[in-house]
Design a protein. Structure first.
Length: 620
């Protein structure tokens, strides 16, 4: 072997090896060096995360629309760092006129925002002027929070609910949805330190896993629905309603816990001036509640392998899609538990609250009514309940990497819809609602790599990168690995990082280990490229009894596809190809045995809409 040839082989091998590596940002490399993360996709031996125990007492004044509260947080600094500042986050300050936002808002959206009444940390009082607060505030501490310490933080506050409701706010005069309703300690993690990204109204959230003990004080006739388990139904409900509620916790029937007539005749809550509703929730990333004196209340339960889950819905009487919500919730929870992702629903309750947000919260969804399209309404319910797993079973950073959350919810939404409506209907609905909604701008915005920070992608590019492209990638990987291996890999990742904070590289490397394959070529193709969906039939010809087809992957994405062969007599046959065919490059040649005279050859990508479909077919 000549020296020149030897050098050439080494160069080619080195390039091939390098091509299979993933780009890793410097802060992530630092996490590997510190051994808080590892390149096998597991938490490192030095992995840590912070969290806390939140005891919160809320008071809601439906007349003034003011929410006030007092909380005591036992904050655990499990990090090896002395924290000289603490970042306090209050998302609903998005409504302040001075807060940065992603887009234009109406006057009814604006409010004065948070008013801090008192703040103390480990017994030291801090004078706070909350007029200048935006959606987070970094407080310089008099005394640092030392490593591996438990710290007590006490806060008193109040804020007005905005008249215009979205993810939270006033739904109607008698119905309020109180999400993000308390100041919380922002995430301090091993690769970014304090999370100081402002909430802009579009990007979603990144929170620690905490335990919550919460009370909500409201006037009589207001029912409170919340994250977690209602601890004191006997102290807030009249006997007849209490009996129906208790029955619903074990019944398979849909029980009308509070009907329109019972609501209007004030036969639901105890008739104290104020009722205090108490809830508990363990190891969750947020606490949310809503209250109404006019919404009716349905409930039932669904039996899973290890437990029964309480399933509830509250809505305006006569809302035709919400009348089906408890039934839909039960189906979703059981289907997700037994099929995809095939991990049991991890919580004791699920409540659907009629609002305007189409938004998920731990054990709650705030969904809009779509009475003229029941399939769309049900798909919305499926999608929001699917978020149970990402980001609530998995504490991913939605703010920076929305694809780790929305991509999976979109995937599960698609898969469950097949069981509800059949593949043909689901494919058409998915294309119309998801794919065409986001992939309609052939520009740099659309083709930015999925790994791009979600906070830095604007316009339709955000939806494409967060929902469609990652869902396409997960479905493509499922097609390539097959259901059994794909599920095994997904379960490995989910069980490894359940209750923790995985980042994209943890996902990529966990799936590699779980599948027993180096999938870096696939991750590079889907997450680190400017690819798009565009196949082309370069040529097709008959060679004896074989059809020779040359296919070019112009757009680059490793997608599955069918070769559809139409014979002169009109018969059609198909052969399926997985994304594996694109592992070695952008050109692929296949040989297909035929026994009839062929009229045409067509590439069919199904839901993977091709950018230039005209070159997907060739006549012979």
């Amino acid at each position: 072997m000549t020296r020149l040839f030897s050098i050439l082989l080494i160069t080619i091998f080195s390039f091939s090896t390098f091509a299979q590596e993933l780009y890793i940002p410097r802060n992530i490399k630092k996490a590997y060096e510190n051994q808080t993360r590892s390149k096998d996709g597991k938490p490192g031996k030095n992995y840590w995360q912070n969290g806390g125990n939140y005891a919160i007492d809320f008071t809601v004044n439906p007349a003034t629309k003011i929410v006030s509260g007092a909380e005591m947080i036992d904050y655990l600094n499990n990090s090896p760092d002395s924290l000289k500042t603490v970042v306090i986050r209050f998302v609903t300050n998005l409504h302040k006129a001075t807060s940065p936002r992603n887009g234009k808002v109406s006057k009814d959206f604006l409010s004065e925002g948070l008013k801090m009444k008192s703040l103390s940390i480990n017994g030291q009082n801090y004078k706070i002027n909350s007029d200048d607060w935006e959606t987070f505030y970094e407080l310089k501490l008099n005394t640092a929070l030392v490593p591996k310490s438990k710290n007590q933080i006490k806060i008193e506050w109040e804020y007005p609910l905005s008249k215009e409701s979205g993810r939270e706010g006033q739904i109607d005069e008698n119905t309020l949805f109180c999400a993000y309703a308390y100041p919380r300690i922002s995430v301090y993690d091993d690769y970014n330190g304090w999370d100081k990204l402002p909430h802009n109204g579009r990007n979603e959230f990144y929170n620690d896993f905490n335990n919550y003990e919460v009370s909500v004080s409201v006037p009589k006739n207001f029912i409170v629905y919340a994250t977690g388990v209602l601890k004191n139904p006997e102290e807030v409900l009249q006997p007849a309603i209490l009996n129906k509620f208790k029955k619903s916790l074990t019944s398979d029937e849909i029980i009308h816990v509070a009907t329109k007539e019972e609501i209007q005749s004030q036969k639901v809550t105890l008739q104290n001036a104020q009722n205090i509703w108490k809830f508990t929730a363990q190891n969750v990333t947020d606490f949310t509640f809503g209250t109404s004196s006019s919404y009716i209340w349905d409930a039932s339960s669904v039996q899973l392998k290890s437990k029964k889950v309480s399933v509830q819905a509250t809505y305006n009487a006569g809302t035709v899609d919400f009348e089906k919500y408890v039934e839909w919730e039960k189906y979703s929870i059981k289907w997700f538990s037994e099929n995809w992702p095939g991990i049991e629903y991890p919580f004791p309750t699920m409540t659907a609250f009629q609002g305007f947000a189409d938004m998920e919260f731990p054990m709650m969804v705030n969904d809009s009514s779509i009475p003229d399209d029941m399939a769309d309404s049900r798909q919305t319910a499926d999608h929001e309940i699917a978020h149970t797993y990402f980001p609530f079973f998995m504490g991913i950073n939605e703010t920076r990497y929305a694809f780790m959350d929305e991509g999976w919810a979109t995937t599960f939404e698609y898969l469950i819809a097949e069981s509800e409506n059949g593949k043909s209907f689901t494919d058409k609905a998915f294309i119309n609602f998801r794919v065409k909604r986001y992939i309609n701008d052939p520009s740099t915005e659309e083709d930015q790599p999925v790994i791009s920070l979600s906070t830095q992608v604007s316009g339709l590019g955000y939806g494409n990168n967060s929902y469609v492209k990652p869902a396409f990638s997960y479905l493509a990987l499922k097609d390539m690995l097959g259901d059994d291996l794909f599920k095994k890999s997904l379960h490995y990742y989910m069980h490894t990082w359940n209750g923790k904070h995985p980042m994209p590289w943890d996902f990529f490397y966990s799936m590699n280990l779980g599948s027993g394959q180096n999938l870096n070529w696939f991750w590079n193709n889907w997450f680190f490229s400017n690819n798009y969906v565009d196949l082309k039939v370069s040529s097709a010809k008959i060679n004896g009894k074989n059809l020779m087809v040359n296919i070019q992957n112009v757009g680059g994405f490793a997608i599955p596809f069918d070769v559809e062969i139409t014979a002169i007599d009109g018969t059609v046959s198909k052969k399926h190809f997985t994304p594996e065919v694109w592992k070695k490059g952008s050109s692929y040649q296949t040989q297909i045995a035929v026994n009839k005279k062929i009229k045409s050859v067509k590439l069919d990508g199904g839901i993977y809409l091709d950018y230039t479909p005209n070159d997907n077919v060739i006549a012979l």
